[in-house]
Design a protein around this ligand. Structure first.
Ligand SMILES: Cc1ncc(COP(=O)(O)O)c(C=O)c1O
Length: 390
C-alpha cells in the first residue's frame, strides 16, 4: 500500500507550487494548495525505471520504443476501452504546447476559437497569444455541477463562425466528467458546423466512482474525422515536471497538418525521461492509481464535509473527477482581488483564483486536494480561522 499520508518537504526544491509563491506574494509561511501537481511521491515503479536508466551512465538521444507504444495502446484499451492504433500516436512536450500547435495547424489569425467558461486558463491564453478570436461559452450550473448550454454553444458557433473548439474532458476546474451523451451532442454540433475539436483528456484517469470517463473519440462515430485527443501520464502519476504528452490523431489530413507545425518548430521529440516515465507508469500503474483515487475521494469527502459544517456559506462543487475542488465564495461579497488578498494575507493559503479561469469564475477559488490529509487539514483550519475573524 502506498502511504499518501506522508508529508514531504518540497520547499527549496525549485517547486513552482511551493517556492514561487513567497516571491509572488511577498509573504512568508504560505500553504500552497494551488497549481495542479501532487504533494505525494511519484510512484516508485517510475523512479526505479529512471534510476535504471541513469545507471547506464549514458544520457544520449533516444526514441520511442515499440514497447512504449504498446504500453500506451494497452493503457487506453484496458483503462478506457479506447482503441488507439500505433499510427495514430504522436508525442509532444506537453498538452498545452499541443493545444498551441493545434491552434496553429487548424486555424488562421483572426479565426474564432471556442472554449467553455470557466476552463483551464491556458486555453484562453493560447488562443489570444496566437491572435485568434476567443469565444467563451459559459457553463451552467445544475444540481451542483456544470452542464453545457447547447443552445448557447450552437449560437456562439454560428455567430462567430467558430473554426476550433477546445474541450476539457474531464473538466478543470469543475471536475465534471462529461458523459457519452454530452460528448455526442458536442460532436454533433462540431460536425454540423465544420468545427475541429481538440479534446484535452489529461485528467482521464482521475475519475471517482461511479462516474466513467469517455474519450471524445469513443463517444461519437465520426469523431476521428474532425477531432484530436491530447493526453499524458504526467497528471495521473505526478510526473508533470518531466514535460511530455501524447497526441492521438486518426484523420490523415489533421495528422499531416499537426506534424507540419511540429516539424516547422522542430519540437516533435520528447526527452528520454518522458519516454521511460510514460512506459513505466502505464505498465505498472493500475494498482497505484486505484489507491490514489481512494485517497483523493476521501480528501474530497473530508473537505466537502468540512465546508458544510464550518463554512456553510461556501458553495462546494463536488467533483466527479480530477483532484481539483471548485469553491464559490461569492456569499462573502468580496471582489476577486479582495478574495485573493484575503486568502494570501489573512488565511495564508494559496489557491488558484476563480477569475483566472474566465469571467464565470468570479467569486470562486480552485483548491488542489492532491496532498496528505494533514496538509489539507492545515489549509482548512487556516481558511476557517481567517473567515471566523471577519
Ligand atoms: C486540463 C489541463 N490540460 C493541460 C495541463 C498541463 O499539461 P502540460 O503540462 O502537459 O502542458 C493541465 C495541468 O494542470 C490541465 O489541467
Amino acid at each position: 500500500m502506498t502511504d499518501f499520508n506522508q508529508v514531504i518537504n518540497r520547499k527549496q526544491t525549485n517547486s513552482v507550487k511551493w517556492d514561487r509563491i513567497a516571491a509572488t506574494y511577498q509573504e512568508e509561511d504560505l500553504l500552497p494548495l494551488w497549481v495542479a501537481d501532487m504533494d505525494f511521491f511519484s510512484p516508485s515503479f517510475v523512479t526505479d525505471a529512471f534510476r535504471k536508466f541513469l545507471d547506464t551512465g549514458v544520457l544520449g538521444y533516444s526514441e520511442p520504443s515499440d514497447s512504449l507504444y504498446q504500453a500506451i495502446i494497452d493503457w487506453q484499451q484496458i483503462q478506457h476501452d479506447f482503441t488507439v492504433p500505433k499510427e495514430d500516436i504522436l508525442f509532444s512536450v506537453g498538452v498545452v504546447p499541443s493545444i498551441a500547435a493545434a491552434v496553429q495547424a487548424y486555424t488562421e489569425e483572426g479565426d474564432a476559437v471556442l472554449i467553455h467558461d470557466p476552463v483551464y486558463f491556458p486555453f484562453s491564453a493560447v488562443v489570444k497569444e496566437n491572435k485568434r478570436k476567443l469565444v467563451r461559452n459559459p457553463l451552467k450550473e445544475e444540481n451542483g455541477c456544470f452542464v453545457i448550454d447547447f443552445a448557447a454553444m450552437e449560437q456562439a458557433i454560428q455567430e462567430h463562425q467558430v473554426k476550433l473548439f477546445i474541450l476539457c474532458n474531464p473538466h478543470n476546474p469543475g471536475g465534471r466528467v462529461w458523459n457519452a451523451e454530452e460528448l455526442k451532442q458536442m460532436g454533433e454540433l462540431c460536425e454540423k458546423y465544420g468545427v475541429i475539436l481538440i479534446s484535452d483528456e489529461i485528467h482521464q484517469d482521475l475519475i471517482f466512482e461511479p462516474n466513467q470517463f469517455t474519450s471524445f473519440q469513443n463517444a461519437y462515430d465520426a469523431a476521428g474525422k474532425f477531432s484530436i485527443v491530447l493526453t499524458a501520464a504526467t497528471k495521473t502519476f505526478n510526473l508533470a515536471g518531466i514535460k511530455n504528452s501524447m497526441v492521438f490523431i486518426k484523420d490523415p489530413e489533421l495528422k499531416q497538418k499537426f506534424v507540419a507545425v511540429q516539424q516547422k518548430n522542430h519540437d516533435n521529440e520528447i526527452n528520454t525521461f518522458g519516454l521511460i516515465g510514460t512506459e513505466a507508469a502505464y505498465r505498472g500503474g493500475a494498482e497505484w492509481l486505484a489507491e490514489l483515487l481512494d485517497y483523493l475521494a476521501e480528501n474530497v469527502r473530508f473537505v466537502t464535509d468540512y465546508f458544510h459544517e464550518h463554512l456553510p456559506q461556501v458553495n462546494v462543487m463536488t467533483p466527479q473527477g480530477t483532484y481539483l475542488l471548485w469553491l464559490d465564495f461569492s456569499a462573502y461579497g468580496m471582489s476577486d482581488k479582495e478574495l485573493e488578498d484575503f486568502f494570501v494575507h489573512q488565511a495564508k493559503v494559496v489557491l488558484n483564483t476563480g477569475i483566472s479561469f474566465g469571467p464565470k469564475g468570479t467569486g470562486h477559488m480552485r483548491m488542489n486536494l492532491a496532498a496528505p490529509k494533514a496538509t489539507i487539514q492545515e489549509g482548512l483550519t487556516r481558511i476557517k480561522t481567517a473567515f471566523d475573524s471577519l
